[in-house]
Design a binder for this molecule. Structure first.
Ligand code: RIB
Length: 311
């Protein structure tokens, strides 16, 4: 039986307001959308939920707002069995929200209002230090202050804990602050924004990965959507193809990849094997609507893996 990993996520929690539409309004214009969905989201929370559904013990460190979304978000973590001891309500601020627009091809456009996520500070990380020290892996994204991300990366390094950073949404960073990082996992557009280089082909992604690796980061994985993922280390890189799926909403697929990858790696699978499974887990999440609600349980995933792993 595989080891049950302990995963801590220091990150964001949002409420996703998703509109499905075939057109976008021009300035001053009002048009009709086709469908609406309200759900729990936020890159940090999504990654925590994916890790939990894949079977890990998960600990969330986050800030929610003093509005009706705050307690509902905490309750959602608890219902899913995620330890929310360190999810606190920030006073006088709204919860993070994300108006999302999905086109008929399943492609999304996301606008994030960070709200309470922007108040997650160094003190919150210090307050959760005992829980963080007990984790096998700490996972971070960029919807919280970058200062908090850098501080947590240094904490993980000091305590010998594996650390994964998903630089989403992309922004300009002080890459030296990430030089002790184990895994840097951007998607192709994040890799392009951060390096200023194109990353839409596997060869281009390799160039971007080299730039990240030259700053000291140990391993880079660039997720390439339907093109799979590129794993890169200092002396070798490996392309891992995606599985074919009928995609209707790609929102949260990157989060599904990261949360599940952290679990598969924590269970002791070799890196490439963990990436293959995470590719499938992420692909499956695009076959239904929503973010967290589209993620597979471990049981459903294992059944799918059993039939598709030889592809
Ligand atoms: O990665 C998808 C997520 O991005 C959504 O859940 C939204 O909240 C934004 O954080």
């Amino acid at each position: 039986m595989a080891k049950r990993p302990r995963i801590a996520v220091v990150g964001s929690a949002n409420i996703d307001l998703t509109t499905f539409t075939d057109k976008f309004p021009k300035p001053g214009e009002t048009i009709f959308g086709q469908k609406f969905d309200l759900g729990f989201g936020g890159k940090g929370a999504n990654q925590a939920v994916a890790a939990r559904l894949c079977g890990a013990d998960v600990f969330m460190v986050a800030r929610v707002g003093s509005d009706l979304f705050g307690p509902a978000t905490i309750e959602n973590f608890r219902k899913l069995g995620i330890d929310a001891t360190h999810v606190k309500q920030a006073q006088g601020v709204s919860s993070g929200v994300a108006p999302i627009f999905v086109d008929p091809g399943g492609q999304n456009r996301i606008l994030v209002v960070k709200g309470a996520n922007d108040t997650l500070g160094l003190k919150d990380v210090d307050a959760a230090a005992d829980i963080l020290k007990s984790a096998d892996c700490i996972v971070l994204q960029f919807e919280i202050p970058l200062e908090t991300v850098y501080y947590t990366v240094a904490f993980a390094h000091k305590h010998g804990i594996r650390c994964i950073v998903n630089p989403a949404p992309a922004q300009s960073i002080d890459i030296k602050q990430l030089s002790n990082l184990d895994y840097f996992v951007p998607n192709e557009s994040e890799a392009e924004t951060i390096t200023g280089l194109p990353a839409s082909t596997v060869d281009q992604a390799k160039q971007c990965a080299q730039q990240f690796l030259s700053s000291g980061i140990k391993r880079v994985i660039i997720t390439l959507g339907a093109n799979g993922s590129l794993i890169a280390g200092r002396d070798q890189s490996d392309h891992v193809p995606a599985f074919e799926v009928s995609s209707i909403d790609s929102t949260g697929a990157g989060d599904a990849f990261i949360g599940s990858f952290a679990v598969f790696l924590g269970e002791g699978l070799p890196e490439k094997e963990a990436v293959r499974r995470a590719n499938l887990y992420a692909g499956l999440s695009t076959t239904s609507v929503g973010t967290q609600k589209s993620f597979y349980s471990r049981e459903k995933f294992d059944a799918e893996w059993a039939t598709r792993s030889r592809e």
